[in-house]
Write a protein that binds this ligand. Structure first.
Ligand code: IMP
Ligand code: MG
Length: 422
């Protein structure tokens, strides 16, 4: 397999975890390059369900190496819990998981500030996962962040943490929130630092050497294109580059090493948190929720749902340079008589075939729909493309044409064997 970047082509939760898990078979190294424990990647191995937040899903495959790259923001305590959780399920991370020494840390004041800022925003809140992601990336850009390399150097960590807690307690006080106890935070994070020390490594060099040996790297994207800090529906976005370019800056692997970009998209659209979602539709949301689907893997929140939006996915194909598409959750539409697909927007008497960058314009856009006949047959046990109902194949081919990238994978359920390759 070539070096592959996998991205979400919508608003996150496209089913990336499952597709990554399938593609991992052919990869040697699996890399996370952005985001933090705001991500929730659900993978089923047999009947066993795993939800991973920071550790690449490749960890579930024996013998694969996994990297948490420099572009990730790492909550050390959350990472320790995840590694321990895996250990209890019989999955060993030691010697296979490598944590970048230049990744930034998420600390308790980031989580506190995330929550306080959301309260202050009131009805304009972003609907964050409250994991401290925005404030941690904010500190990184402001050049006051603490990094993994600081965490594993006791004296340096103590000095920097003391200073940062002092400053942030002032900010928390202004919010009317409780200040943090340096001693308590320090003790907990020092312990996490000791635990994580054997995992810490120079991952840029490690990945460079893997490239030189001709090994295959799979970049496991988190969140989705429209949550990208630059290309998403700002400010209703996350704080990292979720698009393909982020894989390079967030890992230190140069662009010319990338051979392929795979975009994952659902056969419909979902979003958690606030912000515009042009094709949002209560009927499809009620149907999916009644089926027990579309609840967040990280926060448990019910996801907002809507019809497939090809204006959005076409934009995603453009900014990510998507070569191959994976369509997931096809079985979620099995019961529908008619399925709608957004093929353009109407705004003030004008038709738009591209995704507007102005949020106000986007919020005013009314989708123009094309209708497709449903297949009204359960698809979740179907194992090959040819056996899918003709109406289902026609629908998926239409999504391929409208998005403008090659349909390569079709997924009809969460398990590894519910995947078809075209
Ligand atoms: P934050 O990343 O916690 O700051 O949240 C910012 C926005 O991104 C919110 O709308 C979240 O719901 C959304 N978000 C963050 N991570 C994910 C994810 O992994 N899947 C889906 N949405 C996410
Ligand atoms: Mg998710």
């Amino acid at each position: 397999m070539a070096n592959t970047i996998l991205v979400g082509a919508q608003w996150g939760d496209e089913g990336k975890g499952k597709i990554i898990d399938v593609l991992t078979e052919e990869a040697d190294v699996i890399v996370r390059s952005q985001g933090g424990n705001n991500a929730g990647h659900t993978v089923f191995v047999g009947k066993q369900k795993y939800v991973l937040h920071l550790v690449p899903s490749g960890i579930l495959h024996r013998g694969k190496r996994c990297v948490i790259g420099n572009g990730v923001v790492v909550d050390p305590i959350s990472l320790v819990e995840e590694i321990e959780g895996l250990r209890k399920l019989g999955v060993k991370a030691r010697g296979r998981l490598f944590l970048s020494e230049t990744a930034h840390l998420v600390l308790p004041y980031h989580r506190e500030l995330d929550a306080q800022r959301e309260v202050l925003k009131g009805r304009q809140k972003i609907g964050t996962t409250k994991r401290g992601i925005g404030p941690a990336y904010g500190d990184k850009a402001a050049r006051v962040g603490l990094r993994v390399i600081d965490l594993v150097q006791p004296q340096r960590f103590e000095d920097k943490l003391r200073q940062r807690i002092k400053e942030n307690n002032g900010v928390l006080k202004a919010f009317g929130a409780k200040p943090l106890s340096f001693a308590r935070v320090h003790a907990a994070y020092r312990a996490a630092g000791d635990y994580l020390k054997p995992f810490v490594s120079n991952t840029v060099t490690l990945l460079h050497q893997a490239c030189l040996r001709g090994e295959s790297i799979l970049f496991e994207g988190a969140q989705g294109t429209f949550l990208d800090i630059d290309h998403g529906t700002y400010p209703y976005v996350t704080s990292s580059n979720t698009t393909a370019g982020g894989a390079c800056t967030g890992s230190g692997v140069p662009p010319h090493r990338i051979d392929r970009v795979v975009g994952v998209m659902k056969a419909y659209t979902t979003r958690v948190g606030e912000g515009p979602l042009p094709t949002e539709n209560a009927e499809i949301a009620d149907m999916l929720h009644a089926m027990g689907r579309e609840f967040g893997a990280t926060t448990g929140r019910p996801r907002r749902c809507g019809w497939f939006d090809s204006v959005a996915t076409r934009h995603a194909a453009m900014v990510n340079g998507i070569d191959d598409l994976a369509v997931t959750n096809i079985d979620g539409l099995d019961a529908l008589e008619t399925i709608k697909v957004c093929i353009g927007y109407r705004l003030g008497g004008k038709r738009y075939d591209y995704f507007p960058s102005d949020l106000e314009a986007l919020s005013g856009c009314v989708p123009i729909y094309a209708e497709f006949p449903g297949w009204r047959t359960p698809t979740s046990t179907i194992k090959s493309w040819k056996k899918l109902p003709a109406a289902c194949r026609a629908y998926l081919k239409a999504l391929e044409d409208l998005t403008g990238a090659r349909l390569a994978i079709a997924s009809v359920g969460p398990a590894r064997d519910q995947t078809m390759f075209l």
